[in-house]
Design a protein around this ligand. Sequence first.
Ligand code: DQQ
Length: 749
Amino acid sequence: MVASAESVAFLHDDGLTDEQRAALERAGDLGWTVKAVPFEDVGADSTNGTTPAGRLTERFDVLWWHADRPIGTAHPLATVAETVDAYLEAGGDLLLTGAGMAAVDALAVETVGPDVVEHDSAGATTGLLWRSLYNDHPVASRFDSLRIPVRDGGEPAVARYETVLPERGEILASTVRGESDVPQQMRVVSWRAGKGTKTGATAGERSAVDGSTAAGTVLGVGAGLVFDGSAAGTFADDRDAVLSGCLRALTGGYDHPSRPHEAVDLAGMREALSGDADRPSYHLTPPANWLNDPNGLIEYGGRYHVFYQYNPGGPFHSTIHWGHAVSDDLVTWTDEPVALSPSPDGPDRHGCWSGCAVDDGATPRILYTGGHGREQLPCLATAGGERLCRWEKHPDNPVIEAPPADLDLLETDHWAAEFRDHAVWREGDTWHQLIGTGLADAGGAVLHYTGETLTDWRYEGPLLVGDWEGAGAVWECPELLDLGGTELLHVSDYESVRYFLGERRNGRFRIERRGTLDHGDFYAPQSLRDGDRWLTWGWLKEARDVSAQWDAGWSGALSLPRELSLGPDGRLRQRPAAELRELREGDLDLPDSLALGAGERDRFDAGSQALELDLEVRLDDAEAVELSVFESPDGSEQTPITYSRDGTLTVNRAAASADDRSFGGTQRMDVTPYDGPLSLRVFLDGSVVELFANERHCLTSRVYPTDAASTRFSLTARDGRATVSSLRGWTMGEAFADGTENWQCSAHR
Ligand code: DQQ
């Protein structure tokens, strides 16, 4: 705040439109001191020794431009950009409503303007979908819901971000339409302006304005606040509360957030979500917002780097960047700022999608999918330093210009050709690359390329085509792992992760065995070669709806690292990485073994929702043994894991949440062939149940207990007697306990 009285300059062209006049008057009625200021006065020459910006600073706390028609590049704010920039540099604040948010790229505050500027569609009630991360904002804190309707009619001019994110601003709210959340339509953005962002204003000029180098805030509300006529409908009070909340946020010293790759407060984001019992504590999660596939896994300079598909704009899949976490021990992790962002003018403008890292003669490089419009093509980038905090994109990206011309690749609503995700490795002097796709007349496929360098690729042919019933139309995230004589190829077919054991012969993969890597909510895994072992992480998708994810403020976790190998029987082994034992904290007080009688239940309270349980179970003459986890004291909330005589293991989620929200059905896997007892390692972590059966079969389930006291578990046998021949359990430590103490990447890189 720079003026003594809280006052607002309502900027306008020669005359006020009816809508602008109504907005101006309404703000006055709400108690704000608002003065209409024509643009020609803003840019006027100095008459009394002060600059135009100086005069604005002296008189007004906030400049407000309410643009009630879609604006072009020659809009009136652009004509006074220098003055407005200098005003912002001096600590003044700016509110842009209606289509006005589109003015930010004409000012110094932003390089990527809103990509949609239009008249909003008529129809359903429309409003703001506020991010839970910022529910202390003066707009949101007034409402007891994150969903704030502001109009019931009209087709006002609006501006919003939809396929790109502002480079410098932080999204505060998206859109709610009728009963539906539309997170992809991002309508409220906050910028910290100034701080040398541009402007012709030198430090000398700034101090001529108010003697400081403070910077103001810009709030863009491209939301269709309508003041003239009846469009606000029954939501006029809410609309007014939004306007006043915005003006209060600007005048009242609210601490506006910055984008993650600028002044990073990753620890603060994690802290803000720390009260959420559904949030895993020892699995890898994003600091907040959205995570999907693990990417670019690499051990470099003695540290493990995990990158992941990340949307800084909120907990939904869109505008994908690469998030970054680092570990020395695979157990404790440190959040690092965003490592890879779309380039507004690059082939990855609409997203940096999945890819891998390679060590190219001690230089880490990544190959990832750049999305641009309806095209997706491979892009190369090289580490810009030892800490892998940022990546220099190759100037000739994309490194493959187009998918193979002789293939009829599947075209979908989104993509001209499904063609993405990269696994790259070297054999001798030759690089090999796999890319996932779908063939229009066959099904999912893995395409094979080779090259002497990472920029020149030769198409060799399809390594494998899913031309059988049920193979899936598209295969994503293919990967080929050498398990010593036998190779493992896995693909993600939208539903699950299929793996094939076999070998390459004459450019084709010959399948000897096949299976499913994990029978639950596990997708798009990627692996890291660590010495002589393979470690694999997968994305643990949420099993709850878009709105529940929005409310939580975060979405997605990675599985525990799994060691993949081949057993002496030629079958796949999957075990949790040995290092995870270091996460064990408290030893649970449990009997070494248990005899389970039919109809009897042995109950235990672990006092925590972050646990590991290890047990070995013999069915004796029982039909099944049930281990019920995340159980509430009265048993109304519980997730039963059942091992049955027919050789199946199921996770039943019908009663996982006591409040009638039941997300997902029963998940099942076959745990045969095995003729001895079942050995089960169970990792429970907030909303994750990750199961390893007989070190071979995995099932990861997402469940959402509502009761903080659902920390109990119980065991029972059905239709006979069974034996738990060993039973141990531990409470587990935290993966991100250190905050940013071990930070490698500074906020300003
Ligand atoms: N997720 C990425 C794609 C990949 C998919 C986009 C798999 O590259 O095909 O975020 O989850």
